[in-house]
Ligand binder design. Structure first.
Ligand SMILES: Cc1cc2nc3c(=O)[nH]c(=O)nc-3n(C[C@H](O)[C@H](O)[C@H](O)COP(=O)(O)OP(=O)(O)OC[C@H]3O[C@@H](n4cnc5c(N)ncnc54)[C@H](O)[C@@H]3O)c2cc1C
Length: 295
């Protein structure tokens, strides 16, 4: 079996290529720039002309797909690739299996209903498309050559021009690579209160993420920092939810954590049913005390 891996970021490229290597005879990896070498049998680099949006590289990726003729495509579920690869899959009338958790030569395991259930799925088309979140193949090792080829850009019939670029503040951390993750939720009453969470993270060597309302309603974190079904899917060793209610859309992003803790002032908060250890208390009361003990 031949698998094409499409990824933008190094960690995802490594992990998806490793996952593909575990069952595929041949792994080809396609990306936009700065390829990771040694993880696939061949690496294809798509150079998008200046001023063009990367999403406009659809025809180039369609050509790669036709030339390589893989039976499986693994893609990193970034916003851009969901749009671009989703279009590729639709164009090919192909089976799409999102958020897979395991794969063998016959079938894949995927999560559904927002991650509360798993099912076994089988492709019914010659090529199938699968996305996988961080941590899905974290125990697998990639291997490959340093062969890198630049793919000629195929200009789309209708160009998609990039009319404006805004540089967002860089994400403070790569949560996908963190062993310990703390998530701040709406239990934090103000942005200033997050300082206690940062102190806590520093003391235990964790990185700080959040629930969706803290990025979309409050704008206290960049969009890349929220955890859950529409954000980051993580597999940390340790997860600590502070002021997090435990809604399924958030918890599915960390339910592969090895050990999970929660701090919440409401003893009946749903998160307490989903973690290994819970502490009932108000953030302003308990977090400074924990930090004082840890310092
Ligand atoms: C389609 C869809 C997709 C979604 N995707 C995501 C996603 O990917 N990620 C995500 O996070 N959410 C997602 N959501 C939103 C999700 O459903 C929840 O609304 C969200 O996770 C709740 O965030 P929260 O726990 O921070 O806030 P809340 O639900 O408001 O909970 C706040 C918690 O803090 C506690 N609290 C309050 N004050 C204190 C205090 N002083 N001390 C201690 N505890 C306190 C409260 O008891 C409560 O349990 C999605 C929703 C939809 C509809």
């Amino acid at each position: 079996m031949k698998t094409l891996v499409i990824a933008e970021n190094e960690a995802a490229a490594r992990e998806l290529a490793a996952g593909a290597r575990a069952y595929a005879d041949e792994v080809v990896y396609a990306t936009f720039a700065d390829p990771v070498t040694g993880i696939a049998d061949k690496c294809l680099v798509v150079e998008v002309p200046e001023g063009q949006a990367k999403e406009a590289a659809f025809d180039t990726f369609a050509k790669i797909l036709a030339d390589e003729d893989p039976q499986m495509v693994f893609f990193e579920p970034t916003r851009r690739l969901k749009a671009l690869v989703g279009r590729l899959a639709a164009h090919n009338g192909a089976s799409v299996m999102t958020d897979i958790s395991a794969i063998d030569e016959e079938s894949v395991q995927t999560r559904y209903f927002g991650g509360i259930a798993e099912r076994t799925a089988k492709s019914v088309t010659p090529v199938a498309f699968c996305s996988a979140g961080a941590g899905t193949f974290k125990d697998a090792e990639p291997s490959g050559t340093d062969v890198v080829e630049t793919v000629e850009y195929v200009a789309p019939a209708v160009t998609l021009e990039c009319v404006e670029r805004e540089t967002l503040p860089p994400a403070e951390v790569d949560l996908t690579a963190a062993d310990k993750v703390v998530a701040a939720g709406r239990g934090f009453g103000s942005e200033e209160e997050l300082e206690e969470a940062r102190t806590f993270c520093k003391a235990i060597g964790a990185e700080l993420g959040c629930t969706r309302p803290l990025t979309e309603t409050e704008d206290w974190f960049p969009r890349e920092a929220y955890i859950g079904i529409s954000g980051l899917m993580l597999s940390p060793e340790v997860y600590v939810g502070i002021g997090v209610s435990g809604q399924m859309q958030h918890m599915v992003g960390v339910d592969r954590a090895h050990v999970a803790f929660a701090i919440n002032k409401d003893a009946h908060a749903p998160i307490f049913d989903k973690v290994d250890y819970g502490l009932v208390g108000a953030i302003n009361d308990v977090l400074p005390k924990i930090n004082a003990k840890l310092s």
